[in-house]
Each structure stands twice: as structure tokens, then as C-alpha cells.
Design a protein around this ligand. Structure first.
Ligand code: E4P
Length: 226
């Protein structure tokens, strides 16, 4: 399962990209606004694109297909390999099917059910973004939707990539991998939390302490022989 970072924060993206563990970035209007309500979106997106050369989803804000297609043209003029992120509404599907005919990558976002995922796949979506955490937040089993979508995809031989979104903690990442998501897009915090284990820290501390002890012994014995 590939990992993307779900962020519009340059420092977070730079730090995680340097680890070599992410292959893409997803953004949305809320993430951009959270960074700076007056952010120049084009500039920020191009900055992110320079940092992480792989997948970059940029979301449209129109709610009609013509407006979405106009925005897609604008974004593609910023950089032609952009993935256009489009909400899972009827007008969004119209735009997705047009863009798919043109060979443009699309990410259908705000998917909360297998039926929505199936519709997005059939419209030609490159990615279907299933929001796990937001389902958990309202006492639905978000991970079950990932499992159901995977099962349907395998039975039917469907090919939109299953992108698990709205990830809240490291166990979501593990469960998404077990459930067969192709990609999980995660905020900075769960990515960094997923690297940690207390036994790694205590193990490293004791390796370093033993090495220091050994160095001290070597120094002591070389002093006593001189
Ligand atoms: C996905 O692409 C979305 O940007 C994101 O995962 C939403 O997550 P949230 O529920 O934490 O806002």
C-alpha cells in the first residue's frame, strides 16, 4: 500500500518527503485555508509539486460540471500531471467522465459508501477516496467500506485505485493495508506516529550506552598499557 500525505503545509510535506516513504500528496480547500486563509493556491500547489514529484490531487470548488471542467483546465495549465479532485456529486461524475475521456487523472472525493465508489469507478475515476475517519466519527465502521469496496473490485475486476482518506491514527494505516486499500493518504501526525515504537527507542539507547562503555574500556586499557 502506498502512502500519500494529506496536507498543504510545506514544512510537514518537506519533512515527510525526505523520509522517502510517500509517493504523493492530497490537498483540499480546508487544508489550504488552514495553512493561511490568504494563501495563493497556485503558488502553494506548485511549491508542493516541486517538493514531491509524484501524485498531487488538487480539488475544484465549483459545484457544476462546466465550472469543474474550467477549473480543471486552469489547474492542468499549472502542471499537466495534476490529478483533479472532484466531489462525489452528480455534477462531479459528469466532469469526471469528460476528464477521463481526455485522459486526465481524477480523484473522486467525499465517498462514504460502496455504491458511491462504484458510480465513481464507472464514471472513469482514477482514484476513489473513501473517508474512513469521518465515518468512524459518526459511529459507522469506516474500514468496513474499504473492505467492501476491495471485495467488489476483486469480484468485478474494477480498476479505480482505492484511496483510503480521513486517516486519524497509525492503526487506521495498518487496517487500511489489511483491508486492501491501494493507497492511504494520511496527515503528518499519524505518519510520524507510525514510525515510533518504545522498544525501538529503548533498544537504541541501550546499544548506544553499550558502545560508549566499550569505548571507555578500550580507552582505559590503552592508557594502562602506555
Ligand atoms: C482526502 O483527500 C481528504 O483531504 C482528507 O483525507 C480529509 O480528511 P479529514 O476527515 O481529516 O478532513
Amino acid at each position: 500500500m502506498e502512502l500519500y500525505i494529506d496536507s498543504a503545509n510545506i514544512n510537514e510535506i518537506r519533512e515527510v518527503a525526505a523520509l522517502g516513504i510517500i509517493s504523493g500528496v492530497t490537498t483540499n480547500p480546508s487544508l489550504l485555508a488552514r495553512e493561511d486563509p490568504k494563501v495563493n493556491v497556485r503558488q502553494r500547489i506548485l511549491e508542493i509539486h516541486t517538493l514531491v514529484g509524484g501524485h498531487l490531487s488538487v480539488e475544484v470548488i465549483s459545484t457544476d460540471a462546466d465550472g469543474m471542467l474550467r477549473e480543471a483546465d486552469e489547474i492542468l495549465a499549472w502542471f499537466p500531471e495534476a490529478t483533479i479532485k472532484i466531489p462525489m456529486i452528480a455534477e462531479g461524475l459528469k466532469a469526471v467522465s469528460k476528464l477521463s475521456e481526455q485522459g486526465v487523472d481524477t480523484n473522486v472525493t467525499l465517498i462514504f459508501s460502496p455504491a458511491q465508489a462504484l458510480a465513481a469507478n464507472n464514471a472513469g475515476a482514477t482514484y476513489v477516496s473513501v473517508f474512513v475517519g469521518r465515518l468512524d466519527d459518526i459511529s459507522f465502521d469506516g474500514m468496513q467500506v474499504i473492505r467492501d469496496v476491495r471485495e467488489i473490485w476483486d469480484i468485478q475486476g474494477l480498476n479505480s485505485l482505492i484511496l483510503a482518506a480521513s486517516i486519524r491514527h497509525p492503526m487506521h494505516i495498518v487496517e487500511c493495508a489489511k483491508a486492501g486499500a491501494d493507497i492511504a493518504t494520511c496527515p503528518y501526525k499519524p505518519i510520524m506516529q507510525s514510525l515510533k515504537h518504545p522498544l525501538t527507542d529503548s533498544g537504541l539507547a541501550s546499544f548506544l550506552a553499550d558502545h560508549q562503555k566499550m569505548q571507555a574500556e578500550i580507552k582505559k586499557s590503552s592508557l594502562s598499557t602506555n
